[in-house]
Design a protein around this ligand. Structure first.
Ligand code: F6P
Ligand code: MG
Length: 468
């Protein structure tokens, strides 16, 4: 980890670390035990119910410890190797209290600790406390889901700017690049709707965030945009021919995963990639992050959209049922068969790794997970989605905001052998690679970097660790 720059700490009163630990985590814990309570309520199997009660007790205890700033206790063994890794770190940090710990470590520990309550049971091992929230927000995203499905399918029409024979080769190349930027920007802003932050978003607000007008209006909020650089390296790889792999280190399920799949589909259809490898999480993580099971849920929603989107669920803001037209059903089914087809043919690969749910920053990737690092070096481009990935790339440190991106990503900078592209909407304090004076301008005289907390701004940053 960086020696000269400090990591954000839960004790930093002016950072989002403190606000998160004090205000947001208790709410997330509350919603989590609410969920278990609901599941338990209807269960008739006493063995399950008893375990459910025990889980709730442990969650309440955890919430108490957090809110009373107790020492963070070692994680209990559950048979997975990462437990030891977490506990060694805890010792190295000097067994801190909650409000003494580095933000990144404390937040990852929180989700891993919750997970142990489940892994140690008989009946709840793979229960996802956030599944209800994830699927209910996906339901609320229907208008944007449809808009994008139609946009995606138009790529396949003869009139698509990609293949229209009445256009010159140059025009088609130009169209490909514009679409590349568009699909990546869709993919970027798809992250603005993560559930850990937007705990109280209304149906209308959510839809506003996701539509194409919102995207155009938001372009000026992308403070650094290196997409053309990424495009150039992919075109160069395409010109060489042969296997061309792109990796996406995923962030959130539901709408964001949906746009990730659209991006992956675009890359495969245009031949910019021959394989897209997707990296999900191995345990319920930061509320909305993608688990392997979330793929299945998303694909079944697309396979049978009428029943998925017609099911009113009591969490949703939108209570009225929606009736999909035949055309709408058809376009969503088209996406299903397209995605399932790519998956079946091996173009779309899902590859979990426990490293993603450690508390390690990516400065440690080559040391903690050397095999994963070697694997990622095989890729033409590794795309990191979202805020947490960015915090991990930059070790969640209080960098000077004008620090170069490649200087803030440790072992992934320099001639690492790996190409990194961060697609990040800003929901935390850390930020690098800004122009001189930009941060001051956005802070507008305040001490806190509030502009960076809300997901309104974004950075798209690239480093070519394969360059000669
Ligand atoms: O800043 C709020 C927060 O919950 C962070 O704790 C975390 O880094 C992030 O949002 C999660 O967002 P994302 O899903 O974009 O990684
Ligand atoms: Mg997330």
């Amino acid at each position: 980890d960086p020696k000269t720059v400090k990591q954000y700490n839960c004790s930093d009163r002016t950072s989002f670390a403190y606000v998160s630990a004090r205000d947001r985590w208790p709410v997330i814990l509350h919603q989590a035990f609410d969920d278990v309570f609901r599941t338990n309520k209807d269960n008739t199997d006493q063995a399950v119910v008893q375990e459910g009660k025990k889980i709730i007790e442990q969650m309440l205890k955890l919430k108490y410890e957090l809110q009373h700033d107790r020492v963070m206790t070692p994680l209990e063994e559950d048979g997975e190797e990462d437990i030891k890794h977490y506990n060694v770190e805890l010792t190295q940090l000097g067994n801190p209290k909650w409000f003494e710990a580095p933000w990144l470590f404390a937040e990852c520990y929180l989700y891993r600790r919750i997970n142990t309550f489940f892994t140690k049971t008989e009946h709840w091992k793979s229960y996802d406390i956030f599944a209800r929230q994830k699927s209910s927000t996906f339901r609320s995203s229907l208008p944007a889901v449809l808009e994008l499905a139609t946009r995606y399918r138009s790529l396949f029409s003869d009139k698509s700017a990609l293949h229209d024979p009445s256009h010159t080769l140059e025009q088609r190349a130009e169209a490909e690049k514009l679409l590349f930027i568009e699909f990546f920007e869709i993919c970027l802003w798809g992250n603005a709707t993560d559930l850990s932050l937007l705990t109280s978003l209304t149906y209308e607000e959510l839809q506003k965030l996701q539509g194409s007008d919102a995207r155009k209006a938001s372009e000026k909020n992308i403070l650094v945009n290196d997409l053309s650089k990424a495009y150039d390296v992919l075109k160069a790889a395409e010109a060489k021919g042969g296997e061309r792999r792109i990796d996406i280190v995923l962030d959130n399920a539901g709408f964001e995963l949906y746009v990730d799949l659209i991006l992956a589909g675009y890359l495969l259809e245009t031949g910019l990639a021959t394989t897209v490898v997707l990296h999900p999480k191995s345990l319920p993580w930061f509320v909305s992050d993608v688990l392997v099971e979330d793929f299945g849920s998303l694909l079944s929603a697309l396979a049978d959209p009428a029943s998925f989107f017609n099911t009113a669920d009591d969490d949703a803001e939108a209570k009225e049922k929606v009736a999909l037209s035949e055309e709408q059903v058809e376009v969503l089914k088209f996406l299903f068969s397209n995605f399932a087809g790519h998956h079946g043919e091996g173009g779309l690969v899902i590859r979990p790794n426990r490293f993603w749910t450690t508390a390690d920053s990516y400065w440690r990737l080559p040391f903690t997970a050397p095999d994963l690092f070697e694997d990622l070096k095989q890729s033409e481009l590794v795309v990191f989605k979202g805020d947490l990935n960015y915090r991990k790339l930059t070790a969640d440190c209080a960098w000077d905001p004008t620090t170069k991106f490649e200087d803030a990503i440790g072992a992934l900078g320099g001639k690492s052998g790996m190409r990194t592209l961060a697609l990040r909407t800003c929901k935390a304090d850390v930020v690098v690679g800004l122009e001189e004076g930009k941060d001051e301008e956005l802070k507008a005289g305040t001490v806190e970097r509030r502009w960076g907390w809300s997901g309104k701004y974004a950075v798209v940053q690239f480093w070519d660790g394969k360059a000669e």
